[in-house]
Design a binder for this molecule. Structure first.
Ligand code: FES
Length: 226
């Protein structure tokens, strides 16, 4: 067992566990986008960043990758951390403005504007789809190509893959190619309509409907208010 401090409280953690796992075990909410319990952590989005003081210096680290160490002091919601997370989210929303997952995170984190030029992409390069395909579906039909701005997820040689079984697992796990936010009216706008209502579809279909099509309750509500 390793003893460390998390938000001023001494906690115990199993050797080899990550800061994110420890935080979640103790009920501390840290936002993530590229992390999934059943997949190898990849550290792409950095949204899970926390502040770690290891006795020599204090720095921001990705909690989904950083392993616990004896005596370190971890802070999960300092001003520096929150600023960093908001900046990352702002950049991601500028890239994929209609992602409901990103819009919901913005609402929860109190992000109310995006200062960057809007694009209209459908991928935040989190790599969840690749890991899902390779690790859970045992296929490995897609991968990253290119660097920087040109980085993207494709099949080998951009051709229909012979090993892809069209299982849809890559789409299922993608935080962007799911229900699109329908409440945005102008570029840069952040919507939190669905967080303040109870979507009608959840009563009837549970979570299933929300991954297939938005129930539109947010839009309906706005019409009534107008
Ligand atoms: S969740 Fe840790 S880097 Fe994305």
């Amino acid at each position: 067992m390793v003893i460390l401090t998390m938000n001023g409280v001494r906690v115990q953690a199993e050797e080899g566990s990550t800061l994110l796992e420890v935080a979640r075990f103790y009920g501390i909410d840290i936002p993530t986008l590229c992390y999934h319990d059943e997949l190898t952590p990849y550290g792409a989005c950095r949204l899970c960043m926390v502040e770690v003081d290891d006795g020599r210096r204090t720095r921001l680290v990705a909690s989904c990758l950083y392993l616990v160490r004896e005596g370190i002091k971890v802070k999960t919601h300092t001003e520096r951390v929150m600023k960093g997370r908001k900046l990352i989210l702002e950049l991601l929303i500028a890239r994929c403005p209609n992602s409901k997952t990103l819009q919901d995170l913005a609402s929860k984190m109190g992000l109310d504007k995006v200062r960057f030029k809007m694009e209209n992409k459908d991928c935040i390069l989190c790599g969840l789809c690749l890991r899902m395909c390779a690790e859970q579906m045992g296929s490995g039909a897609i991968g990253f190509v290119g660097r920087g701005q040109k980085r993207e997820v494709v099949t080998p040689f951009r051709e229909a893959s012979e090993i892809c079984r069209n299982c849809g697992a890559c789409m299922y796990i993608c935080p962007v190619v799911e229900t699109q936010c329908r409440g945005i009216k102008s570029p840069g706008e952040l919507c939190n309509s669905c967080l303040i209502i109870t979507p009608q579809c959840s009563e009837k279909y549970g979570q299933v409907m929300c991954t297939l099509d938005s129930c539109g309750a947010c839009v309906e509500k706005e019409k009534k208010i107008v």
